[in-house]
Design a protein around this ligand. Structure first.
Ligand code: TYD
Ligand code: MG
Length: 465
């Protein structure tokens, strides 16, 4: 009998060390290292036994695309790459309370209603709580099979018997427990061992496995990060509690694109799909206010319009504040430097606050032009044209650079009733024609100074504020 060994495992990144430390040397997180006891590896005798050789095959051969199970929740199906793939594992991560259980219960119920066999295992709530939630969501009649369990050995015994299953939901992986390991549920060893066993069952039983994983910032629970490489797809469910909308984002997907998002709204009756996110994000926009500009952005393959807001406040004492919500602060500093040195906009005695309205996070350089327009508009206290969208990347010499998918952005703008767009000037050579909607007026600009000049009163183009 191998003797158990004690080791120290970082609960954030999974690094193993021989002694305890206050800070993990691998990922730099504080207070994440915990003692865990595991059964020792089998002795050398077991390891030297020779295996049966694996068989190698050629690249050519029949490979059918997977038969996906479509949940009918279009926003979820799209993020998955077209539905759930048999014999695959998906991790759905997110903050506690964001709506993971709600989303998965809705998806599970939809599949069950479509005649598929769906098992839902909860380790967090009681059967009664799930039933109550199902009633609230209006899915109590769906024929899905429910169990409250945390012991992976018991769950495995049930899954091995359950034939023709399409989907198994495990809510959550941090409550699962493998009895061979002597550490608490939620530790890295338990999360890893439970997932390993459940994923093995999914591959053997050809069902889609969805693991729910909570994300915590303080490292009290093993982060889903340790699982990311074990599963086929990782989806994060995000949003903040101040806002009703939630975004499902694929950060890894072996069966689809990773830049897709699905947009939902949390309502009394659960999560509702938002087919037109631009309308939602622009809903509270007030036209004719200086410092606001509409950015025609792209989330995955999907164009989304959002409002960029800038507020400037004089700060003659020096060391002005720059504060950003929803965008990179480094990118803002760069853009302010470009506005200052290439377009003569003086902002060194001005506090700059920038916000992407609605709580969205943007990480496209294409937002540069909209941010610049919002700042220039605020600086000269002149509103942008409320029917105008902006997109384009700003380079360090002040040039406006091309961005991907201009046509999709323009089409979305026209669909939402915008009638003008400011975009990068097309290069003289080789660019194919831009297929813009007819009722959209295009203003192509080549340099940031051209943008600022639109807001500046003729005489003072060189000294804002
Ligand atoms: P939940 O799915 O339990 O979150 P998670 O599994 O990610 O921890 O969602 C919890 C929140 O959602 C809770 O604060 C209440 C809210 N909610 C609604 O607003 N409407 C609903 O119909 C449901 C079921 C939940
Ligand atoms: Mg939950």
């Amino acid at each position: 009998m191998a003797k158990p060994v004690t080791r120290y495992v970082c609960q954030a990144c999974g690094a193993v060390t021989l002694k305890w430390a206050g800070r993990c040397e691998t990922c730099g997180e504080w207070n994440t290292i915990q003692e865990e006891t595991v059964a020792a590896k089998p002795g050398p005798a077991a390891r030297t036994a020779s295996g049966s050789p694996v068989a190698f095959v050629g690249l050519a051969g029949s490979a059918e695309p997977p038969q996906r199970a479509v949940t009918g929740i279009a926003e979820l199906d799209r993020v998955l790459g077209g539905g759930l793939v048999p014999a695959s594992a998906v991790l759905v991560g997110g903050d506690p309370g964001i709506g993971k259980s709600t989303l998965l219960l809705q998806a599970a119920a939809a599949l069950a209603r479509a005649g598929k066999r769906v098992l839902y295992v909860t380790g967090e709530e009681s059967i009664d709580q799930i039933r109550l939630r199902a009633r609230r969501l209006g899915v109590a009649d769906a024929p899905l099979e429910l169990a409250a369990a945390i012991n992976v050995r018991d769950i495995a015994a049930a899954l091995e018997k359950a034939a023709n299953t399409t989907l198994v939901v495990i809510d959550s992986i941090q409550t699962m427990w493998v009895d061979a390991i002597d550490s608490a549920p939620g530790t890295v060893s338990q999360v890893r061992a439970s997932s390993f066993e459940l994923i093995r069952l999914a591959k053997a039983g050809a069902f889609a496995l969805v693991l729910v994983g909570h994300v915590t910032k303080d490292g009290a629970m093993a982060g889903p990060r340790v699982l990311e490489h074990m599963v086929d797809a990782v989806l994060y469910f995000e949003g903040d509690r101040g806002h009703q909308f939630r975004i499902l984002r694929a950060v890894k997907n072996r069966y689809g694109a990773t830049d897709e998002i699905g947009v939902f709204e949390m309502t009394e009756l659960g999560l509702a799909e938002v087919a037109n996110p631009s309308a939602l994000f622009l809903a509270e926009r007030r036209g004719n206010i200086a410092g606001s500009a509409v950015f025609a952005g792209l989330e995955g393959t999907r164009p989304v319009l959002m409002e960029v807001q800038a507020l400037l406040a004089p700060n003659p004492a020096g060391s002005p504040r720059r504060s950003v919500v929803g965008w990179e602060s480094g990118r803002l500093s760069m853009l302010l430097a470009v506005l200052e040195s290439r377009a003569g906009l003086r902002l060194n005695q001005t506090d700059v606050y920038l916000n992407i309205a609605g709580g969205l996070k943007v990480n496209e350089p294409a937002a540069d032009l909209a941010v610049a327009a919002a700042i220039a508009s605020a600086a000269f206290e002149r509103p942008t044209n409320p029917g105008m969208v902006y997109f384009g990347e700003v380079g360090l010499s002040g040039e406006i650079r091309q961005v991907a998918q201009a046509e999709a952005r323009l089409k979305e703008a026209a669909k939402l009733g915008f009638d003008a767009a400011t975009l990068p000037r097309r290069l003289a050579h080789g660019n194919r024609r831009l297929l813009a909607p007819e009722n959209l007026r295009l203003e192509e600009i080549g340099h940031i100074a051209d943008l600022v000049a639109r807001f500046a009163p003729e005489s003072e183009a060189k000294s804002a504020m």
